[in-house]
Design a protein around this ligand. Structure first.
Ligand SMILES: Nc1ncnc2c1ncn2[C@@H]1O[C@H](COP(=O)(O)OP(=O)(O)O)[C@@H](O)[C@H]1O
Ligand SMILES: [Mg+2]
Length: 353
């Protein structure tokens, strides 16, 4: 007899989806902070308890969610960010799958409180309740996630120590804070403040923020660069080869402000450093690539860490040539400016490509 085929219950479907995006507390933080950024927040606060397993809360001052849409925000495949294939192909928001909130709600206890701009008050929804209840909150959103994986013990076993989970959250918040210099971020753990950065507009402010997020040593050896060609724009900071590291732990690359880990990108950067770096050392950088969103596919994996460039070859060459020239300029590769230098050395741009 052939096996009976049946539709999975919705809760299980969400738990399966959660398997792809909710690996640990830091992944919950990523989804919630990205939602806050998509909502236009200028201030994002992340609060964690016990490595984010007991509690992870993200509060923002973004556009909020109206009472009538609160329940929908927790439904699968419900999103305000795309409505058609056309939208998807040029998506600029961090989210678009409409799966994060329902996935998180299927593996933890979630409470969503929000007040939309112009709404007279805030509303709260806490599954399994189906009706919003009145709440007190300024314009913006607060999502609280408690007891991660309480109902999926097999997943819970993969969690590491409180310290390790916190380290992942800390790294994640720093990575997002690097990409959104115009947004204030705050991170606390067990009631203690760990990180607080203010919005940074001018380059000098941005570099102070960079030093706060990555440490002053990086900045002392950093070259600032800015290059544009053929619809591609690369800006950011790359450390001189003397700052090369034993681990690949200071490599921050963003495509249209989304952090990505991409083989083509890493390859181009490694190649640019090939002649100036000792074998086994890793370059350090914070780089932002901007291009028409239609030329890059972010819908490769649910976690959205991978991207696919339509003109991969062109992107590779642009990155390689821009970085290689920056590193080959006189003085690059030698000792950096004195520790008290106010800002990173500037490479004269634009360079003829
Ligand atoms: N912090 C927030 N501020 C405003 N709206 C939010 C926030 N978080 C979630 N939402 C709303 O809930 C919807 C569902 O969120 P989510 O499940 O993360 O899916 P996605 O981000 O892919 O759209 C979003 O499209 C958005 O409309
Ligand atoms: Mg989202």
């Amino acid at each position: 007899m052939s096996p009976r085929i049946q539709l999975l219950p919705p809760q299980l479907v969400s738990q399966i989806a959660a398997g792809e995006v909710v690996e640990r507390p830091a992944s919950v933080a990523k989804e919630l902070v990205e939602n806050a950024l998509d909502a236009g927040a200028r201030q994002v606060e992340v609060e964690a308890e016990q490595g984010g397993v007991k509690l992870l809360r993200v509060r923002d001052d973004g556009c909020g969610i109206g009472r009538d849409e609160l329940l929908l925000a927790l439904a699968r495949h419900a999103t305000s960010k795309v409505a058609s294939l056309e939208d998807l192909e040029r998506v600029a928001s961090m989210g678009f799958r409409g799966e994060a909130l329902p996935s998180i709600a299927s593996v933890a206890r979630l409470e969503l409180v929000s007040r939309a701009v112009e709404a007279p008050q805030a509303w709260c929804i806490e599954p399994p309740a189906q009706q919003p209840a009145p709440a007190a909150h300024p314009v913006g959103t607060r999502v609280t996630v408690r007891d991660l994986f309480y109902n999926t013990p097999a997943r819970r076993k993969f969690l590491r120590s409180e310290r390790t989970e916190l380290a992942h959250i800390d790294t994640l918040v720093r990575r997002l804070a690097l990409a959104r210099m115009e947004v204030a971020f705050r991170l606390s753990h067990n009631g203690r403040d760990l990180l607080q950065v203010r919005p940074a507009e001018e380059r000098a402010e941005q570099e102070r923020r960079l030093a706060a997020l990555l440490g002053p040593a990086f900045l002392e050896q950093a070259l600032y660069l800015e290059q544009e060609a053929g619809g591609l724009r690369l800006t950011g900071w790359v450390a001189r080869p003397v700052f090369a590291r034993a681990q690949a732990d200071m490599q921050h690359f963003y495509v249209n402000r989304r952090m990505v880990r991409d083989r083509l990108v890493s390859h181009a950067i490694r190649q640019a450093f090939a002649d100036v770096l000792y074998h086994g050392r890793h370059p350090a950088y914070v780089l932002f690539l901007e291009l028409d969103p239609r030329l890059v596919d972010v819908n490769v994996h649910p976690s959205k860490h991978e991207v696919r460039f339509r003109e991969g070859r062109m992107v590779h060459d642009f990155l390689f040539r821009t970085l290689e020239r920056a590193l080959a300029l006189p003085k690059a590769g030698t000792a950096g400016p004195p520790a008290s230098a106010p800002s990173a050395a500037t490479v004269p741009w634009p360079l003829p490509l």
